[in-house]
Design a protein around this ligand. Structure first.
Ligand SMILES: Cc1ncc(COP(=O)(O)O)c(C=O)c1O
Length: 389
């Protein structure tokens, strides 16, 4: 008898489709518009701060929940940008990216069998995250073209078994930016049912067409019932540094810190020191960042429309969700494979963002944190690729 060594837990989810598309893209030497990471340099000043931190010998373990200078910088920034005052001593856990902040937070609050509400389409990590913490996910669909949710369905999803709701605003993959009214509706349900909002806000500065970012933690009564997740990955183009954090009330933070400590001990110490410099950059940086991304969005959206894709214009984050149903392919995965193998452009099939693959069958996601020339090259390749069967 062949013994199965893999755990049941690990067998319940597959490898990341996004990271797989990156590998296929490398094989075909295509343009990678699948995985959301920049192909342009990170800000010089922040890189220099990291070099300095290594030279100054910040090279041993930091305090497990984060170096004091970074926690102080996070608290200052959360106060001015998000409008919430927190205690950096007791309400922040610095983690290895927001990826670890999310799983550590869920493991710290969810008991096996408890329900966690997830909006779909969702950033693909949230699926395995709920499985790893033993939660029963309940999915609420965001409907295109504006990615609204059905208030009635959301209200019915909250029960005595609900422990948390995962939010992501600005949203990957849809580009939706949740409005104050929507957030207040969700907050009212959280307060009524005693549910924690776990909110991933890593695209909080990447906003278009006048959209405004609102943190649910800033709504009345929500500070103690929210875990706000963030990182330096997207705002400062430093996805490889693996520095993120979870902000929560002191009792929640003490649970998160325990899980985090035994999972990773801590994020890289010199990079935490440099992250403190990043969080204190001149505030003009954020406006420039959003403007540059808006230009990139417009170039890619135009290229896609000229090739016949139906574009759902994002209001934030750096992805474009598209409709491909009219091209006549049987499914999104086959289409994405063809597009990278024959067209030389890697994308992510829509089904990887839904609990039930059929919901994403006619969708494809493109990302655009790329140099203008990369996006123009992708647009050229798309035009040459005949999408219609
Ligand atoms: C919504 C969302 N959350 C988290 C992450 C991962 O972030 P980090 O690099 O901080 O782990 C991504 C990366 O694409 C993302 O889109």
């Amino acid at each position: 008898m062949v013994k199965i060594f893999s755990s049941i837990r690990a067998s319940k989810f597959t490898e990341s489709v996004i990271r797989e598309m990156t590998r296929i893209c490398l094989k075909h030497q295509g343009v990678n518009l699948a995985q959301g990471f920049p192909d342009f340099p990170a800000p010089l000043e922040i890189k220099e701060a990291a070099i300095q931190a290594i030279q100054k010998d910040f090279n041993q373990y930091a305090i497990t929940w984060g170096t004091p200078s970074l926690r102080q910088a996070i608290a200052e920034k959360f106060a001015w940008y998000n409008g919430v005052t927190i205690d950096p001593e007791t309400e922040i856990t610095v983690c290895c990216g927001s990826t670890e902040a999310m799983i550590s937070s869920l493991m710290a609050i969810v008991n096996p069998g408890e329900e966690v509400i997830v909006f779909e389409p969702f950033y693909e990590n949230y699926g395995p995250d709920t499985i790893l913490c033993g939660a029963r996910p309940k999915f609420i669909t965001l409907h295109e073209p504006d990615w609204h949710f059905d208030e009635e369905k959301l209200s019915r999803a909250f029960t005595n078994q609900t422990k948390a709701i995962i939010l992501n605003t600005p949203n990957n993959p849809t580009g939706k930016v949740f409005s104050l009214e929507e957030l207040q509706f969700i907050a009212d349900l959280c307060l009524k049912w005693g549910v924690i909002a776990v909110t991933d806000e890593i695209y909080e500065h990447i906003l278009y067409d006048g959209a405004k970012h609102i943190s649910i933690a800033s709504l009345p009564g929500m500070q103690d019932q929210t875990i706000t997740i963030n990182s330096i990955s997207k705002t400062y183009s430093l996805t490889g540094w693996r520095v993120g954090w979870a902000i929560a009330s002191a009792p929640l933070t003490s649970s998160i810190r325990k899980v985090h400590d035994f999972l990773t001990v801590g994020a890289p110490h010199p990079l935490q020191e440099a992250a403190a410099t990043a969080l204190r950059v001149d505030r003009e940086y954020y406006g420039t960042l959003a403007r540059q991304y808006q230009e990139r969005r417009d170039v890619l959206a135009q290229g896609l429309e000229e090739t016949g894709f139906k574009v759902f214009q994002p209001r934030g984050a750096y992805y474009i969700m598209t409709e491909i149903g009219h091209f006549g392919y049987s499914d999104d995965v086959a289409f994405a494979r063809l597009l990278v193998e024959k067209g030389g452009v890697a994308t992510v099939p829509g089904s990887s963002f839904y609990s039930s693959p059929s919901l994403g069958k006619t969708k494809i996601r493109f990302c655009f944190p790329k140099k203008m020339e990369t996006l123009q090259q992708a647009a050229e390749k798309l035009k040459k690729f005949k999408a219609v069967k």
